[in-house]
Design a protein around this ligand. Sequence first.
Ligand code: C2E
Ligand code: CA
Length: 292
Amino acid sequence: KITCNVGIYVTNEKALSVDSMIDRAVLALSSIKGSYTSKYNIFTESLRNEMLSEQEISGIMATALEERQFVLHYQPQFNHSTGKLIGVEALVRWNHPEKGMISPGVFIPIFEKNGFITRLDLYVFEQVCVFIRKCMDKGLPLVPVSSNFSRFVENLETIRKRHEVPIELVRIEITESAVFGDSEHANEVVKQLHQCGYIVEMDDFGSGYSSLNVLKDIELDLIKLDMMFLVEKSDSNRGGMILSSVVRMAKWLGLPVIAEGVETAEQARFLKDINCTMVQGYLFDKPLPEDE
Ligand code: C2E
Ligand code: CA
């Protein structure tokens, strides 16, 4: 399944260079990166004001990290047949002193391009360990916390051990981009993570065209199913059929499945019907600040 995201600039300022016009279309495009629902966006002046340019971001990212402007929100995951909280996913936001909260859809693609993502992912992982440690010290009930990784990183064990966090409380979510193109290397790294005892989850399953190959080549522990499958373009229910086959296939492979991006009661009911009991999405909870 191939989907396409589009950034649009309406050429009403004829004096502008073609390069600048393209920049504006790209800015509109990057404003919807990572979004489930928006497939296109149109450039406006206010959009530009809201968003930082790629150059601007690259210029201030290191200082922002030092100044702890990156904050984590946690989105709960539930077993919806028992209603029990079964885990949370850590999602980073940039709390910019002037622009306010910037969504990861804006800056993660830039960091992936310029390489800064590795530092940010390590920082996020460390903050997750600090958070779990705090909960442990307070004697609060604990659930595993998943962190996102765009690239494979080293030194996770050093960080985890520094904060004395049990390995079963941290999980690794990797996106297809992390494994894409080099599944042999990815398989090696996943093996090493397994040797340490980590649970490794395949993120955004179904959004990329090589998902099935990834499953074949790499031994993962859990798949996160993208609910984009259920955004129906017609009445044919093809998305639903694909979803139920994927859940069945995962069962055969012995892989647990969690559905993410669950927004409606109808989707939740459907997931229950096809025996997908683990869910995450706005219907249940948004990503929440640490205290909440
Ligand atoms: P993702 O890993 O697929 O995370 C799920 C995204 O879907 C989150 O967006 C979440 O807020 C949103 N979401 C959750 N439930 C729903 C729902 O019911 N409906 C809709 N429409 N959306 C829902 P967010 O927080 O903006 O993150 C976007 C992406 O940025 C993430 O997608 C992930 O790929 C990336 N990201 C976030 N934090 C990190 C990080 O620390 N490291 C790396 N490498 N990537 C990160
Ligand atoms: Ca994720």
